[in-house]
Every structure is written in C-alpha cells, then in structure tokens.
Design a protein around this ligand. Structure first.
Ligand code: HEC
Ligand code: HEC
Length: 317
C-alpha cells in the first residue's frame, strides 16, 4: 500500500510503554458518586475519537481492528437497572487497571490480548463512559451519525494536522540540536540532526497513525533521498523561491492515507554543518561528516534556502 518505507516509529510501542505515568489517583468509588456529570456529546465524541477509537474502531472489520467495537462493550456492560454512575464506574474500573481476571470479554482477550494499561484523566473517562451510557452505540442511527462525522475530516484538516506534527518534530529537533551544540560542540552534535529518535506520542499523531520523515534533493544520508514525487515538489518550491514567491505546504491523497509535504529552510544555525566547507563548516567537521557520510551532498547552503521537506503520512479516517 505505502509508496515509501518510513524509518519512523511504531506508535503503539510508545502507547504501551509511556502512558502509564500516574498523577491521577481518583478511585472508582469517587467516579461512581458522579451521578450528575452533564452530557457534552461533541466533547465526548472527540475524546472517544482520539483516545479509544484507535483500537476500538467500529469502521474497520474485525481483522483490521485492534479491539472489539465500543458498541459490543456497551452491550455487555449495560444493564437497564444500572444507574449512570454505576455504569461509568464499571467501565472506569476496567480501564484504570485492565487485567485478564476482571475482563468480561474473554474471547476478545484471547483474540487481541488484554487491553494495555494507559493513563487517562478521570474527567475524560467520566465523559466517555457517560456518553456510552446515554447512547446506544449499536443502533443504526448512531452508526450513521458517526460515519458522517468521520467523513468531515477534509484535506485542509489533514494539512493543518500534518503541519502541527511537522512543527512539533522541528521544534524537538531544533532544541536537541541547539543543546548539543551548546554543550558538546559541532563534532559531537552531528548525531542530533537525525529525525529517527523522535517519538510522536501526542494523541493526534497516535490517532492518525502519523509517520514523519525528512527528505532532501541533496541528502547527507542516502536514506533521506527524495523520491521522484518529492523531487518534483522540491523543484517547484525552488523555482518559486527564486522568483521570490512564498511556498505553501501541500497535501496528496491516496486510497487510505494522505501525505503532507512541508518545506524545511536553512537558518544560520544549520550552516556549521550544511554551509560552505572551509568557511561555515570547519574542515575538521567536514572530515568527520565525510567519515560517516561518504556521499554527503548536503553542504554549500546559505541561510533561507530550501534544505528539504518534512513528509508526514497520516492514515485516513
Ligand atoms: C491500545 C489499544 C486500546 C485503546 C486505545 C483502548 N482500548 Fe479498550 N480494549 C483494548 C483491547 C485489546 C480490548 C479487548 C481485550 C480486553 O477485554 O481486555 C479492550 C477492551 C475494553 C473493554 C472491555 C474489557 C472487558 O473485557 O471487560 C473496555 C470497557 C474498554 N476496552 C474501554 C476502553 C475505553 C473507554 C477506551 C478509551 C478511553 C479504550 N478502551 C481504549 C484495547 C484498547
Ligand atoms: C551539528 C551538525 C548539524 C547541524 C547544525 C544541522 N544538521 Fe542537518 N544533518 C546533519 C547530519 C549529520 C545529517 C544526517 C542525519 C541522518 O543520518 O539522518 C543531517 C540531515 C539533515 C536533513 C535530512 C536530509 C539529509 O540531508 O540527510 C535535513 C533536512 C537537515 N539536516 C536540515 C537541517 C537544518 C534545517 C538545520 C538547521 C536548523 C540543520 N540540518 C542543522 C548535521 C547537522
């Protein structure tokens, strides 16, 4: 399916390792006393979308899904004689501390494994479970509403979300690079200009199953060489920049995913590793770069030139 193999991070790995920190210690008893939390459907849907549907997605078929649909969970947990608070508590009880022993869905446990423990805010769980109590998620009406809501994610939404992901990556890279330059000097900072170590753990990246990479028409690392399609975009940007036009990120849509392209420009901080050799790039640095990257093409830049693209792949929803 995918045209390009990304070097980046499998997000589920991070979900299972990094989300268990605990600052939120409300007990299930406290949750059950919250009978009167007002329903806020739009907020609840947004929370369900970003926090539960990555795995409990009813739009995928059983084999593609990572967990049973929430409608099945509701059917199993809901009883007519239950109060809203009791229902919320029973869901939260499991989600706060999921174990095989207390799981009601033994088939799902053997098919998908037990739900990984993740950190959720108590207030969010109350809203989510409250919504599950109030709405029959297995009804056709709910499913139709959900589908039309999902279809509203447009290209411009993706362009915006991809931009946030690219900017977040850029700022982490920039910070790491600056700190490394300050603390250890250019020679030791070389490794910090790599995008591979950046975990995208924010919920938007997780939901979109986003992957980010950097490419260039003049790559230092041959693994970052731009594809034919990416080269076309860079060539066009270069012409536009020469003609003093502003360049705009763009988005391409494929069957089940979209890809955003965001220009990366040089600034003065880049030049000690990407500028003119012997002038901006010390000869000693150049020697070191050549040692690790014998085919380096990424020198000779001035400030405000097009150095490459952030390429952000997002799964369509
Ligand atoms: C990383 C994937 C993942 C995410 C995200 C996730 N779940 Fe689950 N969940 C699972 C899996 C897998 C199961 C089925 C196995 C099991 O029952 O433990 C499950 C089962 C459940 C069950 C039924 C447990 C039982 O067997 O009785 C509840 C309730 C539940 N999830 C609620 C939620 C809610 C609410 C959210 C969002 C706040 C959520 N889950 C997010 C993976 C996930
Ligand atoms: C300390 C040296 C250093 C500095 C400073 C530096 N880079 Fe790099 N850059 C590298 C190295 C080394 C690589 C190769 C990383 C890899 O193996 O993926 C690289 C790779 C890249 C790539 C990926 C494409 C390619 O050529 O492999 C881009 C894009 C890039 N740098 C942009 C920048 C920008 C923009 C700046 C300034 C904000 C900057 N770099 C500052 C050392 C540096």
């Amino acid at each position: 399916m995918k045209p390009i193999s990304f070097i980046s991070i499998v997000l589920l790995f991070f979900m299972s390792t990094s989300l268990t920190s605990c600052s939120d210690t409300a007990t299930v008893e406290e949750l059950s006393s919250e009978e009167s939390i007002p329903a806020d459907d739009e907020n609840a849907l947004a929370l369900i979308d970003s926090k539960c549907f990555l795995c409990h997605n009813s739009n995928l078929d059983a084999d593609a899904r990572l967990a049973p649909p929430l409608s099945e969970i509701r059917t199993l947990y809901y009883r007519d004689d239950m109060s809203r608070g009791e229902f919320i508590a029973s869901i939260a009880n499991f989600v706060k501390e999921p174990t095989k022993e207390i799981a009601l869905m033994s088939d799902a446990v053997s098919k998908y494994g037990v739900m990984p423990k993740q950190h959720y805010e108590t207030a969010d769980l109350q809203i989510i479970a409250g919504y599950m109590y109030d709405n029959d998620l297995s009804s056709d009406a709910w499913y139709t509403m959900w589908n039309s809501r999902q279809a509203k994610t447009t290209d411009s939404d993706y362009l915006k979300q991809g931009k946030e992901i690219a900017l977040a990556t850029k700022s982490v890279l920039g910070q790491n690079l600056m700190q490394a330059l300050q603390k250890e000097g250019v020679m030791n900072a070389l490794e910090f200009c790599t995008v591979r170590a950046i975990p995208l753990t924010d919920s938007m990246s997780v939901v979109l199953n986003a992957k980010v990479k950097r490419v260039s028409d003049k790559p230092r690392n041959p693994m970052n060489a731009a594809s034919k399609e990416e080269l076309e975009i860079m060539n066009r940007y270069n012409v536009q920049m020469k003609n003093k036009k502003t360049i705009q990120p763009e988005i391409k849509t494929y069957d089940d995913y979209v890809v955003g392209y965001y220009p990366i420009e040089t600034n003065s901080m880049c030049l000690q590793c990407h500028g003119k050799v012997g002038k901006d790039v010390a000869l000693q640095t150049d020697k070191m770069i050549k040692k690790y990257y014998p085919n380096d093409k990424a020198t000779g830049y001035a400030s405000n030139e097009l150095r490459g693209l952030f390429v952000v792949e997002m799964q369509k929803r």
